[in-house]
Design a protein. Structure first.
Length: 277
């Protein structure tokens, strides 16, 4: 998917070179860049979704394991007994764990392999605790129950934080759109008005400062590009901030950055095509 996105992006960028002398050039090249970036952003979004699902399924796995162990079944036998239950994205990992135990591989080593395959910090910490508890002995059922409760609490706190911060996320998007509107008003209303005043002033002075209204005036296309860069930079950092506030991770903000940059580009380019003449 990544390579397809890169190839399509390169094709569009190359085709945009034929439109270099037209007002569609920056719009087409921008579309090419966004198409190239989309597969990578989609992968990050999917990774976040899978990580959340892994934690939810591990919580279900822990509960089933606790129920089995509390009936008096050893933990190794309990894992083998519950391997056929559905655990979504973790089903393959749970089955592999059970098969390793069936082959006589020590539980502690099998749990380390399980943690490495899952590649999730929350699950890895829980599995380390389970392995150490099994090695040290004691009431493994109580320990498993505590581990399951810790995972459940971690998942609950993440959801509560996301719900509490959702209003700030909406406010962040609203503030950004207000910023976009202000930039567009400046670009298509205020600056042309100032340029017109400069033209009148230069005529009144008999051409002594004719450069103000003529060659000295910033080209409209350069202004449009400058404002577009401003919007893209603002969208990128606004998205990272929203992600950090909402999910506690700058990486999670990349999807917000991509969304804001995409909307900034489409709005700015569309406005330039409609109002730019």
């Amino acid at each position: 998917m990544h390579w397809i996105g890169i190839i399509l992006s390169l094709i569009i960028i190359i085709l945009s070179l034929f439109l270099m002398e037209t007002k569609f050039f920056f719009f087409v090249i921008g579309v090419g860049v966004l198409i190239g970036a989309f597969p990578f952003v989609f992968s990050m979004i999917n990774e976040t979704k899978v990580a959340n699902e892994k934690e939810e399924m591990f919580l279900e796995f822990s509960r089933n394991l606790v129920e089995s162990v509390k009936t008096g079944t050893p933990i190794s036998k309990s894992i083998i007994n519950i391997k056929d239950k559905s655990y979504g994205v973790l089903s393959e990992n749970v089955e592999k764990l059970a098969n390793q135990i069936s082959l006589g591989i020590p539980l502690n080593f099998a749990l380390k392999v399980f943690a490495k395959d899952v590649n999730n910090k929350t699950i890895s910490r829980a599995l380390t605790l389970i392995g150490q508890a099994e090695r040290a002995g004691g009431d493994i059922g109580e320990i498993l129950e505590s581990v399951a409760e810790a995972v459940r609490m971690s998942d609950k706190l993440k959801k509560e934080r996301k719900a509490a911060i959702s209003a700030l996320v909406v406010q962040g998007y609203i503030i950004f759109f207000v910023f976009v509107i202000i930039i567009l008003v400046m670009q298509f209303q205020i600056l042309p008005m100032i340029s017109g005043i400069a033209d009148v002033g230069s005529l009144g002075l008999g051409g002594a400062v004719g450069g103000i209204g003529g060659g000295g005036t910033t080209d409209q296309e350069e202004i449009s590009i400058s404002f577009l860069y401003l919007l893209l930079v603002q969208g990128f950092f606004s998205g990272l901030t929203i992600g950090k506030l909402a999910e506690g991770s700058v990486k999670a903000g990349i999807k917000h950055s991509f969304s804001l940059m995409l909307m900034s580009f489409l709005i700015s380019a569309g406005a330039s095509l409609i109002f730019g003449g």
